[in-house]
Design a protein around this ligand. Structure first.
Ligand code: S3P
Length: 168
């Protein structure tokens, strides 16, 4: 097994699935948002507000480049927008198995309707924002992925099992 990288829209379950995979495979779990928050000493929302999205996106690319230097195996969840840059998609493919956790907009809305930590989904009509962003990004996620796992209506255990079957 090499590194497992989880991609997908906000709220698709990357962190939960990642933590469970980490337990199942006894490998460390990493999360680019958490690494960036620690490095910047700010939350993602503060970073977007004080430094802007472009600054955050540069930090994401820098984070992936740093991870490329690590030789060990690990499971990593990457921020939902990290794959928007083609350079990042290329780097992720070099890094390991890229798994896209694909969800329907209604699933995401259900999970995130009370969330206040995703700056891109704040403001009026989050349901519409989710739909628009997901349709804009769908092809990019698919292009970035080695494997796609549909998550709607599935227990986390089932998702973890499916990933295990694909990569082992
Ligand atoms: C973003 C996803 C978030 C976080 C930031 C931007 C995006 O990560 O990086 O709010 O553009 O999709 P999660 O996918 O972990 O929520």
């Amino acid at each position: 097994m090499s590194k497992i990288i989880l991609i997908g829209f906000m709220g698709c379950g990357k962190s939960t699935v990642g933590k469970r995979l980490s337990y199942a495979f006894r490998k460390p779990f990493l999360d680019t948002d958490k690494i960036i928050e620690k490095k910047a000493n700010m939350t993602i929302s503060e970073l977007f507000e004080e430094k802007g999205e472009a600054y955050f996106r540069d930090m994401e690319t820098a984070c992936i480049k740093e991870l490329m230097k690590e030789s060990g195996e690990y499971i990593i969840a990457v921020g939902g927008g990290l794959v928007l840059r083609s350079e990042n998609r290329r780097l992720l493919k070099e890094l390991g198995h890229v798994i896209y956790l694909r969800a329907l907009p209604d699933t995401i809305y259900e999970r995130l309707q009370k969330d206040s930590t995703r700056p891109l989904l704040q403001g009026d009509n989050p349901k519409e924002k989710i739909r628009t962003m997901m349709s804009e990004r769908a092809a990019v996620y698919e292009e970035a992925a080695q494997f796609i796992v549909d998550v709607d209506g599935k227990e986390f255990e089932e998702i973890v099992k499916e990933i295990g079957e694909k990569i082992l």
